[in-house]
Design a protein around this ligand. Structure first.
Ligand SMILES: O=C(O)CCC(=O)C(=O)O
Ligand SMILES: [Fe+2]
Length: 389
């Protein structure tokens, strides 16, 4: 065997040869270690399809090149947007490039076409954009969002703002007096305690939402933060064996199976609602249609993994969810009234955190952008499970 071919085989072997899923996760991150379970003796992971050494090198080189190009583009964009004359907005990235402030923006979000193009570019580069000191009406909020893409109308309609079906309301305010929390009685103006658990909007639908823009109309004096995860960074940091393991694989998302788990306090789904929310399958390694980068795509409605025994799939999902929750991937938004965050659901996850909702009111308005079918990322090595003969 030629040296290069042997080396290639050794790499494939080191990444995949004979390892069980349990062995691959030996070093689970964070405090939530994956439940230890007996590894199935029938599973064997092998590299597939075989790549020639030349192909393997090419794939690695082009991935490197893409990363370099992306870094250069990010830096150039940042420099240009801060210094170029004639560009109205300033894009000030947060310290690690995940997230950026949009400065110099009109408080009513009246932007010209160049500024919209600038916002769109910055959004694709930084994944989340923060706008501060806005004073937008629901009309201005929807008009601005619509310039970024087609708007999605959330169902059930009862949580949307009256007269504005495109504005979804996250709130614990009482309908009788919107300055008061609803407390234990019924009759709040929007969906209360929405999104408490890491997720991406619409992950349980065949066409998840591309983005969302959340505007803080009323905030509590403490807590009620929103956490955002950089899922590009999470993907990039995954051990190579895990990247190989998830390559080409899809998770099953099930509102039907997980509704009782995530919403035990709510009514069970009706047969009609179940028909409206059938299970869907999405790639675990997702290619962003505009940046071309690969993000880890996993959220709280993921149940198990196509082609893996149920328990193995669940363990892998738990591992990936815990991996993504590491503080190093998280930006915490501490809301002030008038803040808005525009996020990209294709490469981030988010999670609302609690506050004293019997004492304070928190009212957030969200517009939601229609998305596209998630793209499977092309990756250098795919693994398939084989049974021992
Ligand atoms: O209220 C929040 O912090 C976020 C809620 C949420 O998940 C959403 O609006 O998509
Ligand atoms: Fe959400």
């Amino acid at each position: 065997m030629r040296a290069a071919a042997r080396q290639h085989q050794e790499i494939a072997c080191a990444e995949a040869g004979g390892a069980t899923i349990r062995q691959l996760y030996g070093s689970a991150p964070g405090e939530h270690q994956m439940e230890r379970r007996a590894a199935s003796p029938r599973l064997r992971l092998q590299s597939w399809p075989e790549r020639t050494p030349r192909e393997a090198v090419q794939v690695k080189a082009s991935a490197c090149e893409r990363k370099m190009r992306w870094r250069c583009a990010t830096q150039l964009h940042t420099m240009n947007s801060i210094t170029s004359p004639g560009v109205h907005l300033k894009i000030a990235p947060f310290s690690n490039g995940f997230g950026a402030d949009v400065l110099g923006v009109d408080p009513h979000l009246q932007l010209d076409d160049d500024e919209i193009a600038q916002v769109r570019r910055a959004w694709h580069l930084h994944s989340i954009l923060r706008f501060r000191r806005l004073e937008v009406t629901p009309d201005e909020h929807t008009r601005f969002s619509r310039r970024l893409g087609k708007l999605h109308i959330m169902t059930p309609l009862k949580f949307n703002l009256e007269g504005y079906p495109e504005v979804f309301v996250v709130s614990n305010a009482s309908k009788r007096n919107p300055d008061e929390p609803v407390g234990k009685s019924a009759g709040e103006v929007g969906l209360r305690r929405a999104g408490e658990g890491f997720h991406t909007d619409g992950e349980d639908k065949a066409i998840p939402n591309a983005g969302s823009m959340l505007y803080a109309a009323q905030v509590p004096p403490e807590k009620g933060d929103t956490l955002f995860v950089d899922m590009y960074a999470a993907y990039e940091a995954l051990p190579s064996q895990v990247k190989s393991l998830i390559a080409g694989r899809r998770a099953r998302y099930s509102r039907i199976d997980l509704h009782p788990v995530h919403y035990p306090h709510m009514d069970p789904l009706t047969p009609e609602q179940k028909l409206e929310r059938p299970d869907v399958f999405h790639p675990l390694a997702r290619a962003h249609p505009y940046s071309g980068r690969t993000a880890l795509y996993i959220g709280r409605w993921a149940c198990d993994i196509e082609g893996l025994p149920v328990e193995e799939g669940r363990a892998l999902i738990r591992y990936l969810q815990d991996f993504a929750k590491q503080p190093k991937f998280i930006y915490t938004q501490k809301w002030q009234k008038g803040d808005a965050i525009l996020w990209d659901n294709r490469c981030t996850q988010h999670c609302a955190t609690g506050f004293d909702d019997e004492r304070y009111v928190r009212t957030m308005y969200r517009t939601t952008l229609e998305g596209e079918t998630p793209l499977m990322a092309r990756t250098p090595v795919r693994l398939k499970l084989e049974e021992f003969a």
